[in-house]
Design a protein. Structure first.
Length: 165
């Protein structure tokens, strides 16, 4: 079921939750994806599927230039595996010196363990998500209250003309 269908069903009173306020709140929460931040990875390598950001050494930036392009300082990607050859990433973004960024499509690059100065792992920022979600739902409720309370369109089927309020 798509998000649009779910929102329409909730607004029409279908399902366990009914009422326009519940529908708006639920749709707002579903639309809210979450806030993420990068934190220093501790312990063993991140699990496959984890999103990470690597800060490359100067030597690695030059050595990996044929694969990544010249002057790459940071690499973001999805961990595919980690073994003695290094950390294999599906690269999503590279950042060059001077803040020039380039999006990638998951091309696979292996980074030897001594090629990066630091590794940060993407984690859900719970306080940020709760704060943003509360603000988003509150704003949606305020807008709904300001523009929709007490005003409904009532037209009789088959009658053409101005709706009554």
């Amino acid at each position: 079921m798509t998000l649009l269908v779910l929102c329409r069903e909730l607004r029409s009173g279908g399902g366990a939750l009914s009422g326009r306020r519940s529908a708006i709140a639920i749709c707002g929460l579903v639309l809210l994806g979450g806030c993420f931040s990068y934190r220093t990875a501790h312990g063993p390598a991140p699990d496959p599927g984890s999103r990470v950001s690597l800060r490359l050494t100067r030597d690695a930036s030059m050595t990996l230039a044929p694969e990544l392009g010249p002057g790459v300082v940071y690499v973001e990607g999805v961990v595919l595996s980690d073994d003695s050859a290094g950390l294999r990433l599906g690269v999503r973004k590279v950042e060059k010196a001077g803040d020039a960024e380039a999006e990638w499509s998951g091309e696979v690059v292996t980074f030897p363990h001594d090629s990066y100065l630091s590794m940060e792992e993407r984690k859900l920022n719970v306080p940020g998500t709760v704060l943003f979600g509360g603000l988003a739902v509150g704003a949606m409720y305020a807008l709904h209250s300001a523009f929709n309370e007490g005003s409904t369109l009532n037209t009789q089927p088959g009658v053409i003309g101005s709706p009554t309020q």
